[in-house]
Every structure is written in structure tokens, then in C-alpha cells.
Design a protein around this ligand. Structure first.
Ligand code: NAD
Length: 485
């Protein structure tokens, strides 16, 4: 588990270069144990990854799709056989509970399954457009493509990208978060064991400078990104400026709307699991609960459920000491500004994990729409309650926020749910589900400042993103029927 240097993975081999710039040493969020160090890839290292990927692309792109996906069938089986080790590594470097780590990997496996079904989805279209003249399409891979990923799902978010990208025939360069560099190396090993040719999947470690080297490299033709909104926008603009196909997913501020007819039992548990799962470090996490009318009984049930969770075992760690301080700052300022902190998760030191970074579930009641808790992405297990009189007021608040990842309504009325579904400005809507992740073939993707670029990152849109089509118009007869043939 413990590694000292987070190597790169290029051309099927581990590459270590200690002359590259060393980033701050990594410590496990769980207990502070030292994990290792990243030496950030520079333009030369990125270039060597691109060359290796270009070489691999020459053969991989010619392998028929039915044969390419055989690697993914094997990869799925190997990942499932190794899910315990993978989950342990995710937990060691990210801090979430091992159950949460395993669940994220399992979700990644679903994407592998979808990508493995590509032969069923990949066929082109054909139409006789004039007598004796056929028009048809063929899909082609793009070439060397890249994925840039955040800290919060060290296996799953890369797995949103590379299974489909490589099934489509591309070679892939992953630049993982510098906070979780080790899990992707395990994935690289498992891909190799699955029979993926060397150079089709590469890992280049690093930070902003490495990302910029990836975005500026003319040999990389497309990139997907997942991370915070400001970076998503900058990465999108820089990639587009160097003529790449780009899709970048950003941050979120997700609202859960509760109306008085909501089922109290289903709602309380579901709200809490959305707000507190992965210690709130999910782009799909509930951040604000908008209570329409009298929902006091449900809010009390939410508080009771939050109180029942043990920090350090049922609620995992926060990625870094800095992130923990940032979250605690929001709680402190909310209290200072007069909000009622019904449950205060600050100052946690779970037994045996004193060197870790923990914030327990926190419930802040009575915030106003102007408060920072109502507007900022806090990215911790903090749920703020805003009270309004009508569903339209709740919708106006949800729709005025610049993000648009997820929004959810808790109700037992179909008509209310449908009204909300039609009016809410978000790409992923939940009805009595606080983490409304669409599963394949449905695509994952938000709206507004939660996503830049066309389509979703998973599902059917992923096939379009990682391929280009050629349109062929063919005539095998001398007969002409109109001026176009
Ligand atoms: P981040 O934006 O700090 O980092 C993401 C990636 O960008 C990392 O690989 C990092 O090395 C790189 N990076 C950081 N700063 C950069 C810069 N200035 N220029 C170029 N590259 C840079 O995000 P994070 O803290 O790792 O992850 C948390 C964020 O990700 C949250 O905002 C969360 O909502 C978001 N997220 C979004 C989704 C989604 O699907 N929309 C999914 C997961 C996480």
C-alpha cells in the first residue's frame, strides 16, 4: 500500500524521474500516515507519453471493436477479483470508507460493462440517398486522447473516461489528481494484466503545470476533465485554443427540496446519505435542503439520523488538513452570522486516527439565500437548511444558482414531482433520490457552470465524444437520377 514515489506509467512501464519537480509529500487523510511523493510531469515527460501513445494507436486503432472489447471483459473480471485491494488503496489516499471506495469501483465496473457492449452500439447507418447511391457512416477513433481527474473518486472518475475511450480505439493519457496518484497505477497494472497493449493506457502524474503541458500538446486531440468549476472553465478554454475536442465537468451546489407530504422515513435517511456520503466530497452531494412550509418533523429526523453516524468509521475523512479547515470555516462563520448550528461536526479526533482529517455530519438551520452556505460549494458533510413558503420559491432559489449538476425533490405526489422535474434547472434530477446518478445507457452530466462542452461524459454521448464519423457516398451504377448523382 505504502509507496514512496508515485511513478508515471508510460508505454506499459513505470517511469520514475526524481529530477522532476517534487510536490508536497502526501499523507493519508485517514490517519496522517506518510504515503509518498509526486514528481510532476513536465512537457518532456508528457511528450514521451504522447509518443508512446501515438505508437500504440497505430495498431490498436486497427483492431476490430469486437476484439478490442475482449480486453474490457477480462478487465472487468480482474477488477472484480481485486476490488478489495483497490478499495483499500482508494481509502488510504482519499480517506473515504472502504465500503464507499468499493461502491465507486463497482460503479466504474458498470461503465466497463457498457463500453464492452460497444460492438452492439458502434454500427454505422446506411441509406440509399438516390437510385443506386448509398450514403453510410463509419466511426473512427480520434487518436491520442487525455483525461484529467479530481481527487474525490480516484478509480471511478478515470473509469468514466478510459474504458469507452480505449474501446473506441483511442490511446489514453490519464493525468490523475496529485492528491490520489496511486490508485490509477493499480488500474494500469490491471489493464496490462487484461492484455491491453503497452502504450494504449498511460498515466502522467502532476499538477497544473502537467495539465497545461497536456492541453498544449498538439499530439493530443481531445481531453475530458472533471474537477472544480473555475479549473474546468480554464481547462476547457485552453484545450479549445489548442484545437482539441473538450468536455469539462465542474463543481456543483445541489439542492434537495422537501415538501410537507414527503415520506419522513425515506426522506430523512436519503437526505443524510446524500449530504454525508463520502464525507460530502461528491459533486452529487446534497448541500442545501430547501424546506417548503412545515417540514420540522423531517428536519428533526434528518438531525437524528446524522447524530447516529460515527465519524471515522461510518463517515470517512476529508482529503486534506487544508480542506478540513476550509469546511470548518464555513461552520464557524454561519454560527457567527446567526444561523442555528443544530449539529456541529468540528473538532473531531476519532480514536486511533488522530492524525487524520475529520469533520462529522453538520446541520445548519435557518440560513438565508445570501449566506455563503447557500451559495458556495462547501465539499464537506455540511447540510444547510433554507426555509421557504412555496415550491416556486424553492425552484427560484435552485434555478438562480450558477451550477446545475443535480437537484432533487422529496414528495409523495406524482404531480408535484413532475412539476419540479420540468422546472428545475439541472442536468440530473432526483425524485426521492438525493444522489440521482444516471446509470448507463443514461449519461452523467450537469448543466450551466457544472459542465462545459457538448453531451454527457458517460452513456451514449461518450461514444460520440471519443470518435469521429466519416460519411461515405458511394455509387456503383452508371445511371443518374438527379444532379447530385
Ligand atoms: P480541482 O479542480 O482542484 O482538480 C481537478 C484536476 O485539475 C486535478 O487533476 C488537478 O491536478 C488539476 N488542476 C488543479 N488546478 C488546476 C489549474 N489551475 N489548471 C489546470 N489543472 C488544474 O478539483 P478537486 O479538488 O480535485 O476535485 C473536487 C472538485 O471536483 C469539486 O468541485 C467537485 O464538485 C468536482 N467534481 C465534479 C464532478 C462532476 O461530475 N461534475 C465529479 C467529481 C468532482
Amino acid at each position: 500500500m505504502t509507496s514512496t514515489i508515485a511513478s508515471h506509467h508510460i508505454g506499459g512501464r513505470r517511469v520514475t524521474d526524481t529530477s522532476l519537480r517534487a510536490l508536497a509529500p502526501l499523507h493519508s487523510p485517514v490517519d496522517g500516515a506518510p504515503l509518498g511523493v509526486v514528481h510532476a510531469g513536465d512537457t518532456t515527460l508528457v511528450d514521451s507519453a504522447v509518443r508512446s501513445a501515438q505508437k500504440a494507436f497505430q495498431n490498436w486503432s486497427l483492431v476490430p471493436v469486437k476484439d478490442r472489447v475482449q480486453v474490457l471483459y477480462r478487465f472487468k473480471a480482474i477488477v472484480e477479483a481485486n476490488i478489495g485491494d483497490l478499495a483499500k488503496q482508494v481509502t488510504a489516499e482519499n480517506g473515504k470508507t472502504t465500503a464507499e471506495s468499493a461502491a465507486g469501483i463497482q460503479r466504474g465496473v458498470e461503465i466497463v460493462e457498457y463500453a464492452a457492449s460497444l460492438p452492439q452500439l458502434f454500427a454505422g447507418e446506411i441509406l440509399e440517398v438516390s437510385t443506386g447511391v448509398d450514403c453510410y457512416t463509419r466511426r473512427f477513433p480520434l487518436g491520442v486522447v487525455a483525461g484529467i481527474t479530481p481527487f474525490n473518486f480516484p478509480a471511478m472518475v478515470p473509469m468514466w473516461m478510459f474504458p469507452m475511450a480505449i474501446a473506441c480505439g483511442n490511446s489514453f493519457i490519464l493525468k490523475p489528481s496529485e492528491q490520489v496518484p496511486f490508485t490509477p497505477l493499480l488500474l494500469a497494472d490491471l489493464l496490462k494484466e487484461s492484455g491491453l497493449p503497452d502504450g494504449v493506457f498511460n498515466v502522467v502524474q502532476g499538477d497544473r503545470e502537467t495539465v497545461e503541458a497536456v492541453l498544449d500538446h498538439p499530439g493530443i486531440v481531445a481531453a475530458a476533465f472533471v474537477g472544480s468549476t473555475a479549473v474546468a472553465k480554464a481547462v476547457y478554454d485552453r484545450g479549445i485554443a489548442s484545437n482539441k475536442r473538450m468536455l469539462t465537468l465542474g463543481g456543483a451546489k445541489n439542492h434537495l427540496i422537501v415538501v410537507p407530504d414527503a415520506d419522513p422515513v425515506i426522506t430523512a435517511k436519503n437526505v443524510v446519505s446524500s449530504a454525508v456520503g463520502c464525507a460530502g466530497q461528491r459533486c452529487m452531494a446534497a448541500s442545501v435542503l430547501i424546506a417548503v412550509g412545515d417540514c420540522d418533523a423531517i428536519i428533526s429526523a434528518v438531525e437524528k439520523e446524522m447524530r447516529s453516524l460515527a465519524c471515522g468509521t461510518e463517515v470517512g475523512a476529508i482529503i486534506s488538513a487544508k480542506a478540513k479547515q476550509r469546511i470548518e470555516g464555513y461552520i464557524e462563520r454561519a454560527a457567527a452570522h446567526g444561523a442555528k448550528v443544530r449539529l456541529d461536526g468540528r473538532g473531531q479526533k476519532p480514536a486511533g486516527k488522530a492524525g487524520g482529517n475529520y469533520v462529522a455530519p453538520t446541520l445548519i438551520d435557518g440560513i438565508t439565500v445570501e449566506d455563503e452556505c447557500a451559495n458556495d460549494e462547501i465539499f464537506g458533510p455540511v447540510l444547510s437548511v433554507l426555509r421557504v413558503k412555496t415550491l416556486d420559491e424553492a425552484l427560484a432559489i435552485e434555478n438562480a444558482n450558477p451550477y446545475g449538476n443535480a437537484a432533487c425533490i422529496y414528495t409523495t405526489s406524482g404531480a408535484t414531482a413532475r412539476y419540479f422535474e420540468m422546472k428545475a434547472e439541472a442536468g440530473m434530477i432526483g425524485v426521492n433520490i438525493g444522489v440521482p446518478v444516471p446509470r448507463d445507457p443514461f449519461g452523467f452530466g450537469g448543466w450551466n457552470a457544472s459542465k462545459f462542452g457538448p453531451g454527457d461524459i458517460t452513456g451514449k454521448d461518450a461514444i460520440a465524444f471519443w470518435t469521429k464519423t466519416k460519411k461515405v457516398t458511394a455509387k456503383w451504377t452508371a445511371k443518374s437520377t438527379n444532379w447530385m448523382s
